[in-house]
Design a protein around this ligand. Sequence first.
Ligand code: SAM
Length: 367
Amino acid sequence: MEERGWEIFASEEDEPDKDSEVFFNPEMKLNRDVSEVAGHVFHQKIDVDDFRVCDALSASGVRGFRYSEYADTLHLNDINPEAVRRLKKGLRSNDVEAETFNDDANTHLSEHRNFYNFIDVDPFGSFTRFLDSTARAANHQSFVGLTATDNGPVSGSYPKVCRRRYGSKPLRNSLMHETGLRIYIKEVFQNFARFDKCFDPKICFQHRHYSRLMGRVTESKSRCNKSLENIGYMTFCTDCRWRTLERKSRCEYCSSSNVTYAGPLWTGSIGDQRFISDMIEKTPEEWSEALKLLETLNDEVQVRTPFYDIHKMASETNVQAPKTQDTVDRLEKKGYIVSKTHFESTGVRTDAPFEEMRNVIKSESTS
Ligand code: SAM
């Protein structure tokens, strides 16, 4: 098996339960493409002689191989001894230098306090059980990437599990993936803040069955305190679809008390436009899926307001749904900031007031 020219020794299993099997999921290529480029951009932004990278849950080691392009010190770790055997084979065959470990990631990271500049945490399910040790191992100039395949609870399929694991109430409507991603970011931010370390999202997205969060870490109490402003709630009116990133007991558009809320969650931006545009520059032209995602995110991180699903808005106002692009063009002509969203092909994110959004949908559907 190979990915982007790196040879991999693993089996293509969904979630191997035997220790003789080593996990490799080709569907995570986009995740790895974006992560490789993000690490590269971060590496160029900081000034360290020894850029230390840890792939804490390596499996075949494919991420580590890819990060070897810019790592000065590379540590690959997995709890499964067979994975360590296979990733050593991969290191030899790909001519990559790295130190390998067969530890529990929590032990490994806790023993490397304030050590790493880039930590990748890519577990099965949720990353929550690795947050403390990741926060310990990060220093003032660190970048952290975390994957979660636990989207059911945070997107409202299992609200009790969400409350138990993340301490938040999710939503089960067109905004469920956005609220889910925001609940994940809140969870990372708050866990890091307990160590006076601030997680600052640089690029966060949701794709198919997983979410990926990548951000810069700094040791700064004042930054943590300032970012606490970004922990809050989202309110959604089930009568007219009005929404706001605040907790309200009544809809400010139609005055209905049929409002529901999600949170606590991250109400700040899900990415940093300058960082993402640097990533676009660095991404090879032929990595088209990654480029498409980055270009959408580059636009969408400019607007914080949760996205509008054009189809759902049109059906609520009893009109035929206009094309997403026509809605974008019309709002742009009116001078609003507007973009598509990576969460939904029929979604639009804009700073236009709710009334304006409804009017545009009505006028586009009749034009
Ligand atoms: N990062 C890999 C990639 O991109 O192909 C996939 C990693 S796979 C989803 C998760 C890996 O974590 C498995 O290889 C498993 O053996 C390992 N693992 C599970 N629990 C662990 C723990 N507590 N410490 C270290 N590794 C662990």
